[in-house]
Structures are given as C-alpha cells and as structure tokens.
Design a protein around this ligand. Structure first.
Ligand SMILES: *Cc1c(COP(=O)(O)O)cnc(C)c1O
Length: 402
C-alpha cells in the first residue's frame, strides 16, 4: 500500500487535498448564454414563442426525431409521455430503482403502478432480462433510464417492448450528447425525454423535452403540455362557433417552458460538442486512473455506447476496504471533494413504503446503492481539479485498503 505516499486522510487528522471545496456538478453559463437570455427578455414573447420553437427544432436535428415538445421539466415530460402512452388506473410500468424519483412517479401521476426491474451487474443500467421477467398483462410502459449518460441494452429493450406491445419511454435526463450504435439517443424509444436542470449537461435553469417520431403521440403531448386545451377543429368535439373558441378535452397541467429558458437552452446546445468533449476527456482520465485500483469498481458501458456522462459514479469494493461507504464519503468531503450518491433506490422512500414496496426487490441495485459514490464531473473542472479528485480517491483507497 502507498500509505506514506499519500499521507494521512484529513478525516484522520491529515491535511486535505484541496483548500476549497469542489462540487460534484456545476452549470457552465458563459457571456453568449447570458446575451441569449437578455435578448429574449427584450423580445415580444416570454413564453411559447420563437425560442421554444427553435429549441424544439434543434432537438429534432440533434436526435433525428420528427417531433419535439418542450416542457417545463423532465418530470413534466415523463408525465405527459406516460399520459400519451395511455397509462391509466391499474396499469403497470417497468423502470429501474437506480434513478431520480421522477422516472417512477410519472406512472403514479397517471394512476399506474411502477414495477422495478433490477440493474445489470456491469452497466448498472436496467437489466433487459429482468424487464422481460416483470412483464405482466397489466404492463403498458417500460421506462429505461440512461443512467449516468450510458445506456441499457436498448435494442433488447426495444425488442421486448415490440414483442409485448409496450410503449418504450426512454428517460434521457442524463444522456444528451450520447450515441448508441452511431445514432444520437432519441430514435429507439417511442418517446425520449430530456432534462435541462442545472446539474445536467445542458441547462435552462429548469426545462425538459419529449422527442418522438409518432404524430399521434406528438398531438397528445402538445395537448397535455397545456391543460389538454386545443383550438384544432380536427380534435374538437363541437363545431367551432368563432375564432375565440377552444375546447378542453382532458385534464392536464400547465407544463409550458418559457422562451427565457428556451433561449438559454438553445445557446447551451451550441456548446454541446465542447461540453461533451470535456466530459469525455475527464471520464477517460478517471477510468484510466481507477481501473487498476483494487478497492474500486468502475461502470462498464454496453457495447455500442458512446456516452457523454452527466455523472461519474464509483463503486467501492467493501471486501477490500476497512471502512464503509459512509466513512469513505465523509472522508472525501474532509478532503474538500464534495461527493453525492446517485441514487437511493426509489422504493426505499417512505411514500413507496406506504404503497407496499419492500426492500429486497432488486438485490443488484441495492448492493450498488450500498457502495456507490458520485465524484465531481463537469466541463469547467480544470485538469488540476481532476487531479485533486483522483488524488483524494487514491489517498483514501491507500489508507483504508486491505
Ligand atoms: C434530473 C432527472 C429527472 C428530473 O428532471 P427535472 O428536469 O428536474 O424534472 C428525471 N429523471 C432522471 C434520471 C433525472 O436525473
């Protein structure tokens, strides 16, 4: 062990690797982004105007999808996607527990019940064979999440959905900039949703979007984005008595995105390649440095995936460490490297407990949760910041390694 080489961890009384904290994620907003927002503020439209239309066009170009529907968040996007898929009382939907709660909550909003499939041991993404085991008569949707920016075996998920007539909704909150078998994410699922929260690769402050090739889903998504209100005669029940007329056809929300946010998202999309290249370079360096550290297990990518990662997650090997994840986590913070944990299995939450979910449903996911740690990853990190993170991880592995 290289205990001497790295010195005592700060939590054990040593000197921290850094003098100031480094966060696990941070947005990157430059002068061009600020100018784009200022321009919208001085324009005639603050919501659902030309910037929203431009953002939707840009997402169609990026993904190759025919239609895009911008909305106020990915949570909103997932909700209207489930509604468009026809999710209703008594239906089931299959997703992973290693995700943000929104991936499952969207089914509950529609009266459906989330069913959790376990993760693949190597990619930490939803396991296609376990999806197939959990399909029942009641299953309507399958929601794979591109965890950290990498994906599941999407072709196989697609095959399962086709075989059982299920709607595939891909939660691509993490994976803008990711390619699967040569194509940008967004063409495999029936609907693919994105998030523009500040921790994600591209931000609008808040924001989301659904892309689809289906005209039928597109019309429904447009309706559900705005109270299920329409002015289109082809959709209305009654003959329009005049130009003021519109109809509400169903019950939905106001999930519109402002032009202010869309302006920021369009400007950020101009920087996607730059962000993607930097994220990939940092991930490649982390992988190189951590690959051979016996205390660490790194995430494997499924064949054909060229990921732009939103998160970098390390898995600790508890058999090779004298400390638990909590101690390691706190020791990282003491080194002034701010870590996080993505994610607590969704069904651990009290709300889900009250719905009758119990621990033990997905053993692989639970074992990952017990030993995982998200370390800093964002484009504005300097090479020195990246070195500090690597140094802190290696220092703790050397000290606590057995
Ligand atoms: C961030 C995130 C969401 C929610 O996105 P919002 O835009 O904050 O609503 C949903 N799913 C996953 C996997 C996420 O990481």
């Amino acid at each position: 062990m290289d205990r001497e080489k790295y010195g005592l961890p700060a939590i054990e009384g040593g000197t921290p690797v850094r003098e100031t904290n480094i966060e696990y994620a941070h947005q990157d907003v430059n002068d061009a982004d600020v100018a784009a927002v200022a321009e919208v503020l001085k324009s005639d439209f603050l919501t659902t105007g030309p910037r929203v239309a431009e953002m939707e066009k840009r997402l169609c170009e990026l993904t190759g999808a025919k239609y895009a529907v911008a909305c106020s968040s990915d949570t909103a996007a997932l909700h209207i996607a489930c509604k468009a898929a026809g999710m209703k009382d008594g239906d089931e939907g299959i997703t992973t527990p290693i995700t943000f709660a929104a991936s499952a909550n969207c089914m509950l909003y529609c009266g459906g019940r989330p069913v959790f499939a376990d993760i693949d041991r190597n990619t930490w993404n939803i396991s296609a064979p376990d999806i197939e085991k959990k399909v029942t008569e009641k299953t309507r949707v399958v929601i794979p999440v591109d965890y950290t920016g990498a994906t599941a075996d999407l072709d196989e998920v697609r095959r399962i959905c086709d075989e059982h007539s299920l709607v595939m909704i891909e939660d691509a909150a993490h994976s803008i900039g990711t390619f699967y078998k040569g194509h940008h994410i967004g063409k495999i699922a029936d609907m693919t949703t994105f998030s523009f929260h500040p921790a994600k690769t591209i931000t609008g402050g808040e924001g989301g979007c659904v892309v689809t090739d289906s005209e039928e889903y597109y019309e429904k998504l447009m309706l559900f984005r705005t109270h299920a209100i329409t002015r289109k005669q082809s959709l209305m029940r009654h003959e329009s008595p005049g130009p003021w007329y519109y109809e509400q056809l169903d019950l939905s929300m106001n999930y519109r995105l402002t032009d202010i946010q869309a302006g920021l998202i369009v400007s950020q999309l101009n920087r996607l390649e730059e962000f993607s290249a930097r994220r990939k370079a940092i991930v490649a360096r982390y992988n190189r440095e951590f690959e051979d550290v016996p205390q660490l297990i790194i995430q494997k990518e499924h064949e054909g995936v060229d990921a732009t990662r939103h998160l970098y997650v390390l898995r600790l090997d508890p058999l090779r460490l004298s400390c638990d994840r909590r101690r390691f986590f706190e020791a990282m913070w003491a080194e002034k490297v701010i870590c996080n944990v993505h994610y607590i299995p969704t069904y651990y939450f009290p709300y889900y407990e009250d719905l009758g979910y119990e621990k033990g449903i997905c053993p692989e996911a639970e074992a990952l949760y017990d030993n995982m740690l998200t370390i800093p990853l964002y484009p504005a990190m300097t090479d020195g910041d990246v070195s500090d993170v690597i140094l802190a991880v290696k220092k703790l592995c050397a000290y606590y390694g057995i």
